[in-house]
Write a protein that binds this ligand. Structure first.
Ligand code: ADP
Length: 639
């Protein structure tokens, strides 16, 4: 049969180069990756046979085999699972489809030093390609269950691979690693040693639910008097015990972490392990993990959930979305239910009353774990919130049942401290005498919020403001409305009257000011009528001449934009222009208004003032070119 040669996709080539020249010290993990793939392939075969009994596949003895040939210096990992078709091999093994990996490569290009590189490799699952850390040539022979013809894939990892159709391939996949020459300096990396294989499997893959057998190969090298003379039997290396079914105190943290890595395709340890055992009419066990890092696709539409469903130790499905709400989609793990049918489908799960109860219980358990983490280990909690806080905030909008729990574990940047976020509880404890509301301001970045004119009076009076920079912040703050009886108030919305409780400014003085400015305010409103529904005096400004604010119940421009980007038609809400009566520009404008008959020039000033207010909050004047021209004319005259 003919052999065809193909080029690796660019990203795949980069990843391979990295593996070949890898400085990553923990090369042992290549075996974990191959065993993990083999185990997935056996799961897939079992499920496919379950759904389609007519599938012509051998499911009599599903297992994984590891086979070492000392003379040829090869190590083979073989499974009799689902296998791959010719097309699948090209697609799955020749390219990198995972967007996270593309991102990883990007970061790698930026991390120029070896130490940074090693750290990065340790963070990403590179799967099958990790074989090239220890082998200079890899051959993969595979036959898809139900098909008659197989495929051989071969590569030295250097830019190209070959594909060839094969007639006599056994069902499933075998990966043959042609090991790099032995390093006499470093016996630790001798992967022809049965002892070494045993150790790696035990450490990384003990919980795999299929038997992992080692086939005795050529006699062990001198010094390793392994099996004796009699005919050698395959040896099962793993205990196959499900970790969640074993007594808690029998399982080490390391074992939990290896299971996490298998499920999450992550090379790093999880941040937290959560165990839950439910007895009674609907029995189940759950073993969940909070990862230490957010995946790159957390906010894309097709982002996967990481909870696997088992029924009595038998794998049923990946990404079981019915088990946790969408805002906990980053949680990985296993749920093993005793009383579900092996044939259960996603549709049935979505409507099942027991599953619904389970989801509620698991959700509460995850949130209480975060709360404990907050009390026990500040640093760990901070990592968690930095990585997943944005996603959890979605729950404030969608999950009213757990709103209080979410508000308890949430933390936010605040004017109180430049680097440490604050909880709402801490904010309330610091509230000033007479302060009734919790103030916040939303915006693009901490810096743009802090420099916004809306903040001026708050800064001057030392009133703390939460600085919210996630897109979801405006929405939840609006939806939640209050915390422990204290209203959540945007400093850019509605009337802010900090002076009401201030002794300095008397009511009389305000009334006088309002009278003085009444004419100007009414006239300006007419001038700016298209964009502004009211012009009024401000009590939030100390430095800037003007700012724009939204009415308490109107959508802000950011929210309007968000709805529009989601394809919803929303009317543009007119805003309110507030003037600072103590600012020289505003004072001068008022005098000129009262003195002059011809107000053409003043109308331009009004327009400029409005434009400046919009700019100051990070927006754009309606007609930027016109704004710039008016401004330039004024500057020219001022020379
Ligand atoms: P990952 O396992 O993270 O998806 P890999 O590079 O390890 O990435 O594998 C890519 C894909 O190739 C897998 O998702 C799977 O579809 C397929 N694959 C790899 N190994 C096997 C195998 N032993 N049997 C069947 N399919 C496999």
């Amino acid at each position: 049969m003919s052999t065809e040669t193909f080029e690796f996709q660019v990203e795949a080539r980069q990843l391979l180069q990295l593996m070949i020249h890898s400085v990553y010290s923990n090369k042992d993990v290549f075996l974990r990756e191959l065993v993990s793939n083999a185990s997935d392939a056996l799961d897939k075969l079992r499920l496919e046979k379950l759904w389609d009994d007519s599938l012509d596949a051998d499911v009599s003895d599903p297992h994984i085999e590891i086979d070492v040939d000392n003379d040829a210096r090869t190590l083979t990992v073989r499974d009799n699972g689902i296998g791959m078709t010719y097309d699948e091999v090209g697609r799955l093994i020749g390219t990198i489809a995972n967007s996270g990996t593309a991102q990883f490569l990007q970061e790698l290009r930026e991390a120029k030093d070896a130490a940074g590189e090693e750290g990065l490799i340790g963070q990403f699952g590179v799967g099958f390609y990790s074989g090239f850390m220890v082998a200079d040539e890899v051959t993969l022979l595979t036959r898809r269950a139900g098909e008659s013809q197989g495929t051989r894939w071969t590569s030295r990892g250097e830019g190209t691979y070959t594909l060839e159709r094969v007639d006599d391939a056994p069902q499933g996949t075998s990966v043959v690693l042609h090991l790099k020459p032995a390093d006499p300096e470093n016996q630790l990396h001798d992967y022809t040693s049965p002892w070494k294989i045993r150790e790696i499997v035990k450490r990384y893959s003990d919980f795999i639910t299929w038997p992992i057998r080692m086939v005795p190969g050529t006699p062990a090298p001198a010094g390793e008097s392994d099996e004796s003379d009699e005919a050698p039997q395959p040896e099962t290396l793993n205990s196959m015990k499900a970790l969640w079914a074993r007594p808690r105190d029998e399982v080490s943290d390391d074992e939990y972490h290896e299971l996490y890595k298998h499920i999450a395709h992550d090379w790093r340890d999880p941040l937290e392990t959560v165990r839950l055992q439910a007895e009674g009419t609907f029995e189940y066990q759950a073993l969940l993990f909070l990862p230490a890092h957010a995946p790159h696709d957390l906010f894309t539409r097709d982002s996967k959930r990481g909870v696997q469903l088992y029924v009595k130790r038998v794998f049923i499905m990946d990404d079981c979305e019915a088990l946790l709400p969408p805002y906990l989609r980053f949680v990985k793990g296993v749920v093993d239910a005793a009383d579900l049918s092996l044939n259960v489908s996603r549709e049935i799960l979505q409507q099942d009353r027991h599953i619904e109860m389970m989801r509620r219980r698991l959700t509460k358990k995850v949130l209480s774990t975060v709360k404990e983490m907050m009390a026990k280990d500040q640093e760990r909690y901070a990592t968690f919130w930095r990585e997943f806080g944005t996603v959890l905030k979605e729950g404030l909008i969608t999950d009213s049942e757990n709103r209080d729990a979410l508000l308890t574990v949430a933390s936010f940047a605040s004017t109180h401290d430049d680097s440490e976020p604050t909880t709402l509880k801490q904010y309330v404890e610091r509230m000033k005498e007479g302060q009734e509301d919790i103030y916040y301001l939303t915006g693009e970045s901490r810096q743009s919020i802090e420099n916004s004119p809306h903040m001026e009076a708050f800064r001057e009076r030392g009133i703390e403001v939460l600085l919210l920079t996630d897109a979801v912040d405006e929405v939840w703050a609006d939806a939640v409305g209050e915390y422990e009886g204290k209203t959540l108030r945007s400093v850019a919305k509605g009337r802010i009257d900090l002076d009401a409780k201030d002794e300095d400014t008397s009511d009389d003085e305000r009334e006088k000011q309002t009278e003085e400015y009444a004419g100007l305010l009414g006239w300006m409103k007419e001038q700016l009528d298209e964009d502004i529904k009211e012009v009024r005096l401000s009590s939030r400004l100390t430095v800037s001449p003007a700012c724009v604010v939204s009415d308490a119940h109107d959508l802000t421009p950011a929210l309007e934009n968000m709805y529009r980007s989601m394809g919803q038609e929303v009317p543009r809400a007119k805003r309110i222009l507030e003037l600072n009566p103590d600012h020289q520009l505003v004072k001068g404008l008022n005098e000129a208004y009262q003195e002059r008959e011809d107000r053409t020039e003043l109308a331009e000033t009004a327009e400029l003032l409005h434009g400046l207010a919009v700019l100051a909050e990070g927006g754009q004047p309606k007609e930027p070119a016109r704004f710039v021209k008016l401004m330039a004319d004024r500057l020219e005259r001022a020379l």
